[in-house]
Design a protein around this ligand. Structure first.
Ligand code: COA
Length: 373
């Protein structure tokens, strides 16, 4: 019997020039640049350019990309009509999955597989995911969607479309950093799903729809929402340790902890931890940060398991006033940059992804007619 690596653990299935993770040392690198440097010095739009084109842009190149993203934020009116027609109580990830699929119906180049058309689709998808998320969040509350403001950067514009108010610069910058941190992560489950779909030479919207579906699960992007639900359930700092001990005693997973690749602290968690502290302090809601710290200390002490990207993003988004069921969608509106970069890379050097399975079912059965079974 061939060796089966459950969950493809440690299996290298391709080469890629986009993103490197060193799980032992806790390093994450986009196209050669450390994530901590990018979080400190870069912007989401610059990171998008880096992921798509393989190098940092010169100023006119960055200005051009920013303009293209701003010019393409508005979605077709049929998409807004669709959002209005969807059940408002359904989970917004179901809505995003549906809307991303629907975008291709109104995309003038949906079936054009030329590299130029695919790059333009990557721009439209990256520009429009935030518009869809913000519009649905308002429509389900009985409010009108807010039209994008082309003068605002990607992060600030999303917060503006969500709340109807332009965020102050510091808040917009923290949110921009959160988008940078989530923009890519090598062959994670959703990116792999996108690449598998792209490898059949299906169109980019099909690949991204696959990715959104894969991101939804609690073992992947769905974890950040569940982290916040846990913190809300705990309620106060002094109850945090007993609550988590209870989860561990029942052998339940603590959301926001553990990782398939990192054996040490996820470098994104370190930056998000500082973000959570700063944003919780600013908003006068330190208890979410303090509760998170108690949980992280306990998990390291008792299980030797570190926080991942989803743990401190939860409290950060909460004090920014973002509805809890949108957290995974925030992940998506950043990760779209990486998904599209990977789809472009897959198309550029494609071979159908088609692994094998070791068959363990019954053999040599005789067919029995239905009324004799
Ligand atoms: N809480 C408690 N125990 C955990 C844990 C967590 N969050 N993550 C891993 N473990 C434990 C498992 O129970 C298992 O212990 P065992 O060997 O005694 O059975 C061991 O660590 C290995 O976990 P496993 O689930 O097999 O690892 P994996 O590589 O298949 O899974 C994750 C990785 C991310 C799916 C897993 O850590 C997890 O479910 N985390 C919670 C969800 C989450 O935060 N996902 C977002 C990832 S960015």
């Amino acid at each position: 019997m061939a060796e089966v690596k459950a969950g493809l653990q440690d299996v290298v299935i391709a080469t890629s020039g986009i993103c490197a993770i060193d799980g032992e040392r806790g390093r994450l690198v986009y196209r050669g640049y450390e994530i901590s440097d990018l979080a400190k010095h870069s912007t989401f739009e610059e990171v998008v350019y880096l992921l798509w084109y393989g190098r940092l842009p010169k100023r006119p190149e960055l200005d051009n990309l920013k303009q293209e993203l701003a010019d393409n934020r508005a979605v077709a009116p049929q998409i807004l009509d669709l959002l209005k027609s969807l059940p408002p109580a359904q989970h917004p990830m179901e809505v995003l999955r549906t809307a991303v699929s629907a975008l291709s119906l109104y995309d003038p180049e949906s079936e054009d597989m030329s590299e130029e058309a695919n790059r333009r689709k990557a721009i439209r998808l990256t520009a429009q995911l935030g518009t869809i998320v913000a519009a649905f969040a308002r429509i389900r509350d009985g409010k009108d969607a807010v039209a994008p403001d082309p003068r605002l950067g990607h992060a600030a514009n999303f917060l503006y479309m969500l709340t109807g108010e332009r965020p102050d610069e510091e808040i917009a910058r923290w949110f921009d950093i959160a988008l940078i941190l989530h923009a890519d992560h090598s062959f994670n489950a959703s990116t792999f799903a996108a690449r598998v779909t792209a490898s059949t030479l299906a169109d980019m919207h099909s690949a991204i729809t696959s990715a959104v579906g894969a991101l939804k699960g609690p073992l992947h992007g769905g974890a950040n929402e569940r982290v916040m639900r846990m913190l809300l359930d705990i309620g106060s700092v002094d109850k945090a340790e007993d609550y988590v001990r209870g989860l561990l005693a029942r052998r339940e997973k603590v959301m926001g902890f553990g990782h398939r690749v990192y054996r040490t602290r996820d470098p994104r968690a370190a930056i998000l931890c500082r973000m959570s502290e700063e944003l919780c302090r600013r908003s006068g809601q330190m208890k979410w940060f303090e509760m998170s710290q108690r949980i992280e200390d306990l998990m390291i002490r008792e299980k030797g398991i570190n926080a991942n990207v989803d743990f401190y993003s939860a409290s950060s988004y909460y004090v920014l006033g973002i509805p809890v069921d949108l957290y995974t969608l925030i992940f998506a509106l950043s990760r779209i940059a990486g998904w599209t970069a990977h789809v472009l890379e897959q198309y550029a050097n494609n071979r159908l992804i088609r692994p094998l399975a070791e068959y363990t079912g019954p053999v040599d059965l005789q067919y029995v007619p239905i009324d004799q079974r």
